[in-house]
Every structure is written in structure tokens, then in C-alpha cells.
Design a protein. Structure first.
Length: 369
């Protein structure tokens, strides 16, 4: 029983409290019924629908509630009894949740696919990256000289990590610095083209397998909605199921079909991209988006960072040279002034030094007037 002696409940304490909380978050019973019939989202959102779906009364609960005297039923019991009388309630809620979530679920699949496709194209046709590949291929062939891997037409992703740790004979310069220095000689602004790859960091987090899994879930939900539509019978008055859910489901099915085609297209684009990189065809099927774009993103990030460090070093060198040149001019001017005051002796600064040693600073200053 509830705390009030006047009313009775067939629900246990936990269930009773949960329904009380749900009732406070829902619109009035009349507005709720109208919303469920017309699919009006003014007062109902997907969160409320999901909670309502998980709170629908069981057959046993309804039997227990009906066994109570009608004038003694507590509010949560009356609420569950009321919503149970709305025809096809669970099917309505499933279709409505699918409709509300569809665009977000669709975008969560479509957007990553588009970004993967864009990344493949941007890298493949980027002049700056192609320049790097050319140098890397030359280095790779040199390192593999005398082996059956020499004179390759592509490169292994392993080299992207190797050139950042391999040192020259002196042990001071890594191979990446050599690559950058080589390119800077004839293309000093080449790095600007690499800064266009802001998309790589995000793409390196994606997985086509995970995306395909999300697509399978979306397709499964669409299939459930399709089955509901086949057996659903609308109410004669005020029911907008046929005018809202059915047209939407038709549009959603069309978009899902196009999404399936896009997944297959992006898979092929990624495969072609891997082959273009030089990954052996027999191993391409084992490569993941993260496994390919992750190293590419890390390499390009390191490449840009080291390039900018060299820019800073060159700038600092120029500043030091200008400073040294300015100091030389000051020294020349100072010597000329001192020579004019002191004379043309072999050691024109001796007199100045003597004045300073003796503490006669006034005399020393006179030498520079």
C-alpha cells in the first residue's frame, strides 16, 4: 500500500517511486495522449519517450491493478492503467523514437564516411605530401639497396616512424631533419600545403568496422519500424500515424539504401588509397583507418613541428648575424673616436686604461668628446 491509507497500490516501492518521478516529468494525461496520437514534439522529447517505453506496465502489473477497487487505486496505478489503454502504444513509441533519432544517427554514419573519403583524396592529390613521398621513396630504396625491396614503387608505413628515430653517422641529426632540409632547399614554402590536413586528426579516430556496425543497428531499427507499419492499424479519429510515420519511413529507407552504397564506396576508396601508399595488396584487407591515418597524422604533425623549429633557428641565426654586425660597427666607431683623442700610438687605449685604473673617470670621458 502507499503511504496514504485512502489509496492502494499494486506496485512495489521502487516501481511506485519511479512512476511518480516519471509522471512529474510528463505533460498532463490529456496532452500526453494527444501527443502520442499526433506525434507532436511540443511537450514530448526522445528522453521522455525512452523513459516511458521502459516504464510501460507488464501484463502482471495490469492484472494486479485491475484487481484493486477502482476508487482506491493510487495515482501511479491509475497512470499505468490509463496509458495501457492507448492502442499500439509500444509500437507508437518505437516508431517515434526512431523518427526523432534518425537524422542524428544517419549523420553519425554519413559524416565520418565523408571525412574518410575526403582525407583519402586530399592526401593523395596534395603536392606537398607527394613531394615528401618522393623523397621517402628515394630514401627507402637507398636503405633497401641490395635487397629484394629495393626500387619499390611505394613505401611501408613503418618508414614514417623509422625516419623520426634513425640518426646520421654523427648521431646528431635524425632522418626526418634530413628529409626536411632536402625539401627546403628547393621548396621553402612547401610546408604550408601540409597545414591543410586538419581533418586527419579526426579521421584517425574512425573505424569503418565500427561505422558498419552502427549502420547495421540503424538498418535493424528501420526493419522493425517497417514490420510495425505493416501490421499497424490507425485509430479513426486524431491518429496521424499514417500521415507522419509512413512517409518518414519511406524517406528513411531510401537514405539507408544510399548509406549502404556509400559505405561500400568508401571501403573501395580506402583500399585504393592504401595501394597508392604502397601497402601490399595482400595485406590491405588487414589495414584499418586508424592504422593508416594514425601514423600519417603523427608523421605530418612531427614534420610541421620540426620544419617550424628550423624556421625559428634560421630566424635566430639571422638576428644574431645582424646583432654581431651592429656590434662591429659600434666597435669601429668607438675605436675611431678613441684614436682621434688619444693619438696614433701602437696602443691607443693605454691612456684610457690608465685613467680608468687611477679612478680619473672625468679624464676618461674627455677622450670621447
Amino acid at each position: 500500500e502507499s503511504n496514504s491509507a485512502k489509496f492502494q497500490t499494486a506496485l512495489d516501492t521502487k516501481r511506485y517511486n519511479a512512476i511518480c518521478i516519471l509522471m512529474k516529468s510528463l505533460p498532463s494525461p490529456q496532452r500526453l495522449n494527444e501527443g502520442l496520437l499526433t506525434f507532436d514534439e511540443t511537450d514530448i522529447n526522445v528522453g521522455l519517450l525512452s523513459t516511458l517505453q521502459s516504464s510501460l506496465p507488464t501484463k502482471e502489473e495490469l492484472e494486479a491493478i485491475n484487481a484493486l477497487p477502482s476508487d482506491k487505486r493510487d495515482a501511479p496505478d491509475r497512470f499505468l492503467l490509463s496509458i495501457s489503454k492507448l492502442p499500439n502504444l509500444e509500437m507508437r513509441i518505437k516508431c517515434w523514437i526512431f523518427k526523432i533519432n534518425f537524422e542524428d544517427d544517419f549523420s553519425a554514419i554519413f559524416s565520418p564516411l565523408s571525412e574518410i573519403s575526403k582525407a583519402c583524396e586530399e592526401i593523395r592529390y596534395n603536392d606537398s605530401f607527394r613531394e615528401i613521398l618522393s623523397v621517402l621513396l628515394t630514401i627507402g630504396n637507398y636503405l633497401n639497396g641490395g635487397t629484394n625491396r629495393g626500387q619499390a614503387d611505394g613505401f611501408s608505413l613503418e618508414i614514417l616512424n623509422k625516419i623520426q628515430v634513425m640518426k646520421d653517422n654523427s648521431g646528431e641529426r635524425d632522418l626526418l631533419e634530413f628529409v626536411i632540409t632536402t625539401i627546403r632547399r628547393h621548396k621553402p614554402r612547401m610546408v604550408e600545403g601540409l597545414k591543410e590536413f586538419s581533418i586527419l586528426e579526426q579521421v584517425s579516430l574512425y573505424s569503418i568496422r565500427d561505422i558498419a556496425g552502427e549502420f547495421a543497428d540503424l538498418s535493424s531499427s528501420a526493419k522493425v519500424v517497417g514490420e510495425i507499419i505493416k501490421e499497424f492499424k490507425s485509430e479513426p479519429i486524431g491518429d496521424r500515424f499514417d500521415s507522419v510515420i509512413k512517409p518518414f519511413a519511406k524517406t528513411a529507407l531510401s537514405k539507408i539504401e544510399s548509406l549502404a552504397a556509400k559505405i561500400e564506396r568508401v571501403r573501395n576508396e580506402f583500399t585504393e588509397f592504401c595501394i597508392w601508399l604502397g601497402i601490399p595488396k595482400q595485406t590491405v584487407s588487414t589495414k584499418t583507418v586508424n592504422g593508416v591515418f594514425g601514423p600519417l597524422h603523427a608523421f605530418i604533425k612531427s614534420f610541421i613541428k620540426q620544419w617550424e623549429q628550423l624556421d625559428q633557428e634560421e630566424e635566430n641565426l639571422v638576428l644574431r648575424e645582424k646583432k654581431n654586425e651592429a656590434l662591429k660597427k659600434i666597435n669601429v666607431t668607438t675605436k675611431q673616436k678613441a684614436k682621434g683623442k688619444i693619438g696614433d700610438g701602437e696602443n691607443p687605449f693605454d691612456e684610457l686604461a690608465n685613467h680608468i685604473k687611477s679612478g680619473n673617470l672625468a679624464a676618461a670621458r674627455e677622450l670621447f668628446k
